[in-house]
Design a protein around this ligand. Structure first.
Ligand code: ZN
Ligand code: ZN
Length: 483
């Protein structure tokens, strides 16, 4: 296999991998960096000749994995775009929203090249998708060559898949973004126990270290305890989250926390537009759960500690994962009142905001809400997922109460009065779980991707003791490697 990481930087960024196997040329994902603007946010597609890609495999619908698909699809109109049926439902919603955001950024931030694609280019992909059910192997033939592709549930987010590619007797496994722990709204990853030759793995949480005694349920208890205390003292809370997946999971957790009286009974909850649009898609998917592979069970899956967690603890899911639009009605969730958002102006009524972006990227709903809440001591801003150091969220987390903080895109500077905290409720696997997965898959080559340099550095020292003899590659961007 020849492998090229098209992400121009060794970080989360714009995920896209070029994979060459015999006659076949494949792309795994076509993302867009959440923290860069314009053409700088794209993977390096410049060296891919037009009409040279046979298959584009989409692991899931976060924008760092699909945000530039219309750009590459434009040059590769004959490429088959493969994804799960659930991802096929979600993809147009995410890309149309991205188009709207780019139009706004063109005006507000003067990014002349925006939008990078048109609405009809989004529709062209949506009309041309090749849905692949979990666990159903499909064979593709080109000339005298053939390869087999199988998707497995990757947890993480609705529709997410890990990908097994079999070619000339070799097995190549791509994790995509993966989570082994079960969520309220989704089962954990299911990877069959088998030996693979190549493992391409995400490394998002390589620097995330748990304190002794850490449990996910305990962390959620802390989070909602802090949210409850803030609301009861008359403050408001902002939970910056990704609109796809984490927002719906958080809303479900709020429902549970309110039922358990960790949160007060009545307070307004606001969510942003994209998160609410995704709610409708989730509702549709859960109503035909079998059709979307939610009942899939991998034969003989590998077992990882996180999969065996005690599910009876507070705030943990009971029964099978589910989500219903009615939860929003029951909670009285409202769309974000943009007209009432003015930097520095606090909310009179204690409120909870569950809005994107999770990293407080400029001019997103969460960024605007943060500009209202941050100056005031009674409020709480609680991060729960990955936050890149170079985003406003990462910047804010690196500062202390009393420091000054600039909302550059709003031309607003303030002293940090609110409580700013980080809770570990990520949608990505713990690093120890990834190492255990690698041990069980027993590859001869491991390729690290989709993580910051220091996150990859942890895997570079943690993997060799459990996989002696395996080659571990931390690829240079845009360099081609033969494995
Ligand atoms: Zn993701
Ligand atoms: Zn990702």
């Amino acid at each position: 296999m020849k492998f090229t990481d098209l992400n121009p930087k060794r970080e989360i960024g714009a995920h896209s991998l070029l994979v060459e196997l015999g006659e076949f040329r494949l792309l795994v994902d076509g993302g867009m960096s959440p923290k860069d603007l314009g053409l700088a946010a794209l993977p390096d597609y410049t060296r891919i000749p037009p009409n040279s890609i046979d298959l584009i495999l989409v692991t899931h619908c976060h924008l760092d994995h699909i945000g530039s698909l219309p750009c590459i699809h434009r040059d590769q109109p004959a490429a088959r775009v493969l994804m799960t049926p659930a991802s096929a439902e979600i993809l147009p919603v995410m890309l149309h929203n991205s188009h709207t955001v780019m139009l706004r950024q063109r005006d507000e931030l003067e990014v002349a090249e925006y939008p990078l694609f048109s609405r009809s280019e989004v529709d062209a992909i949506a009309d041309d998708l090749f849905p692949m059910d979990y666990g159903k192997t499909r064979e593709f033939i080109k000339g005298n060559d053939r390869l087999r592709i199988t998707f497995f549930p990757a947890g993480h987010v609705m529709g997410a898949a890990s990908v097994l590619i079999e070619h000339r007797g070799k097995k190549h496994f791509f994790t995509g973004d993966i989570l082994f722990r079960r969520q309220h709204t989704l089962e954990g990853a299911q990877i069959p126990a088998m030996r693979v030759d190549t493992l391409v793995m995400e490394t998002t949480r390589g620097t995330a270290e748990h304190a002794p005694g850490f449990t996910y349920e305990g962390e959620l208890g802390e989070l909602f305890g802090a949210v409850g205390a803030t609301l009861r003292r008359g403050g408001s809370c902002l939970l910056p989250v990704f609109a796809l997946g984490r927002m719906q999971e958080m809303v479900t957790l709020v429902m549970e926390a309110r039922r358990q009286r960790i949160l007060p009974k009545n307070f307004p909850i606001y969510c942003s537009g994209l998160g609410l649009a995704v709610v409708d898609v989730f509702d549709r998917i859960f109503r035909s759960r079998r059709r979307y592979g939610l009942d899939f069970h991998a034969p003989d899956p590998i077992t990882i500690a996180a999969m065996r967690q005690d599910l009876s603890l507070p705030l943990a899911p009971k029964g099978e994962p589910t989500f219903r639009r009615q939860i929003l009605t029951a909670l009285g969730v409202r769309p974000l009142p943009f007209s009432r958002l003015s930097p520095g102006r606090d909310f009179r009524e204690p409120s909870l905001f569950i809005t994107s972006s999770g990293m407080l990227v400029e001019n997103t709903p969460a960024y605007q809400v943060a500009s209202c809440l941050l100056p005031h001591a009674r409020n709480l801003v609680a991060f729960t997922g990955f936050c890149d150091d170079d985003t406003p969220g990462g910047d804010l987390l690196a500062r202390d109460r009393g420091d000054s903080f600039a909302f550059d895109a709003l031309d607003f500077q303030t002293t940090i009065g609110a409580d700013v905290r980080r809770f570990d409720a990520s949608g990505h696997a713990d690093r120890e779980d990834l190492v255990e997965m690698a041990r069980q898959l027993g590859p001869t080559d491991i390729i690290l991707s989709h993580g910051d340099m220091d996150a990859r550095a942890w895997f570079l020292q943690a993997l060799p003791p459990v996989l002696p003899g395996a080659r571990i590659l931390n690829p240079e961007p845009q360099e081609t490697y033969a494995v």
